[in-house]
Design a protein around this ligand. Structure first.
Ligand SMILES: O=C(O)/C=C/C(=O)CC(=O)CC(=O)O
Ligand SMILES: [Ca+2]
Ligand SMILES: [Mg+2]
Length: 405
């Protein structure tokens, strides 16, 4: 148990969590911290005093030098952090380096390299297939053979709290006319993101068994999506401007090792998998994360991450099977997390059945898609279970503002 006041062994930000972030105070420069309770430990100052050989990796303002190090270095730092925050004898050195996070501003804690978004929920993929392609089977033929994904726009990944301007673009009206203007079907996608480190060389795939050597940590993602732009532009090359205008991520990157007690078996596979994706003999890579989507103060959905068909390890193995290299700071997202129940969908497109059944919010207000001024908050946690305290992932929030043009 930690000596930090108020951080008992059941605290969701206890020493079993210790997520990394970047904060600034009073207009100062961002610095890297590790979160314990509601406090941030200054990583550079702590390492300078107690682990000097790692200090250059956490000098800030981003985690990328640490991400570039091999996974055993990440584990060494994490073990040291646990020791510093639990061992009374180091307390006089560490305690002065803790500051309250309440007044701090959070920043994107890593420079995003490449960004990939997958489509790993069978429930989401089938539901969207029915809405976008009513005359075709809900799932495309390839869906159970490989985790489908697309490369997104890393430069528009923003930290939670950044306002999101309504995107503009082309759409096709029901009569066939083409119109340009602000999106009328702006949506969210509740997703889980994976931050990569320990880069690879061109031509070097990452095997399923090695995934934990490259997945540094986990965050929450809101893949804002303009459904009218998307539906018109996506054939035949896939998502483009309907999803590239902003992608929000939570400010805290929870180390993969914090999920050791939260692994779940993925759903049974009903198609034989190619050997590079066959995870039958691997430790389970499902994660027991419960999401919650709140729109203007009303919880509208509770998407369950264990329902995802494809795991992060499979996504990484597939992303690199062609020999594509990874770089420290690369980010991939799971795709919309939707469960089997109607109130477990991770997008308004599903919750409002393609816009036909608006959802009800507090105060008699209804929504099919987002209006200017709407505020969306996606929260994530691993619930407490016997022998396992709750693990908080925090939240990713954003307010929609009017189109700039
Ligand atoms: O089925 C389609 O045509 C597209 C669906 C999506 O919205 C793609 C996407 O972002 C993947 C996901 O989040 O699951
Ligand atoms: Ca998405
Ligand atoms: Mg996006």
């Amino acid at each position: 148990m930690s000596w930090v006041t108020g951080v008992d062994s059941g605290h969701p930000y206890g020493v079993h969590n210790l997520p990394y972030g970047a904060v600034s105070e009073g207009g100062g420069d961002p610095r890297l911290v590790v979160r314990v309770g509601d406090l941030g430990l200054d990583l550079a100052a702590a390492c300078e005093r107690l682990l000097p050989d790692l200090a250059p990796l956490v000098a800030g303002p981003v985690l990328n030098p640490l991400l570039a190090a091999p996974a055993p270095t990440w584990r060494r730092l994490r073990a040291a952090l646990v020791e510093w925050l639990t061992d009374e004898s180091v307390r006089p050195v560490v305690e002065p380096l803790l500051t309250p996070l309440a007044e701090a501003r959070t920043h994107l804690p890593f420079a995003v390299g490449d960004y990939v978004d997958f489509y790993a929920s069978e429930h989401h993929a089938s539901a969207v297939g029915r809405i976008f392609r009513p005359d075709s089977p809900p799932l495309p033929e390839n869906w159970k053979h490989l985790p489908i994904g697309y490369h997104g726009r890393s430069g528009t990944v923003v930290v939670s709290g950044t306002p999101v301007a309504r995107p503009s673009g082309q759409r096709r009206l029901s009569g066939g006319a083409i119109e340009v203007g602000p999106s009328r079907r702006l949506d969210i996608e509740a997703e889980v993101g994976f931050v990569l480190g320990a880069g690879t060389r061109l031509g070097e795939p990452v095997a399923l068994a090695d995934a934990a050597e490259h997945v540094f940590g986990v965050c929450l993602v809101n893949d804002w999506s303009a459904r009218d732009l998307q539906a018109w532009e996506y054939v035949p090359l896939g998502p483009f401007l309907g999803k590239s205008f902003a992608t929000s991520v939570s400010p805290w990157v929870v180390p993969l090792d914090a999920f050791d007690g939260a692994r779940t078996a993925p759903p049974p596979r009903d198609v034989a998998l190619a050997s590079y994706l066959d995870d039958a003999a691997q430790p389970p890579w499902g994660l027991d994360i419960a999401l919650e989507v709140e729109l203007n103060g009303t919880v509208v959905s509770r998407p369950p991450f264990p329902a995802m068909y494809w795991t992060a390890a499979q996504m990484l193995a597939h992303m690199t099977v062609n020999g594509a290299s990874i770089r420290p700071g690369d980010l991939f997202a799971s795709g919309t997390v939707s469960g089997p129940e109607p109130d477990q969908a991770g997008s308004l497109l599903e919750l409002s059945r393609g816009g036909r059944s608006p959802i009800e919010l507090a105060g008699g207000v209804t929504r099919s898609f987002l209006e200017d001024g709407d505020r969306v908050v996606i929260r994530g946690r691993v619930p407490a279970a016997p022998g396992r305290p709750e693990l908080a992932l925090g939240e990713v929030a954003g307010v929609v503002v009017a189109a700039l043009q």
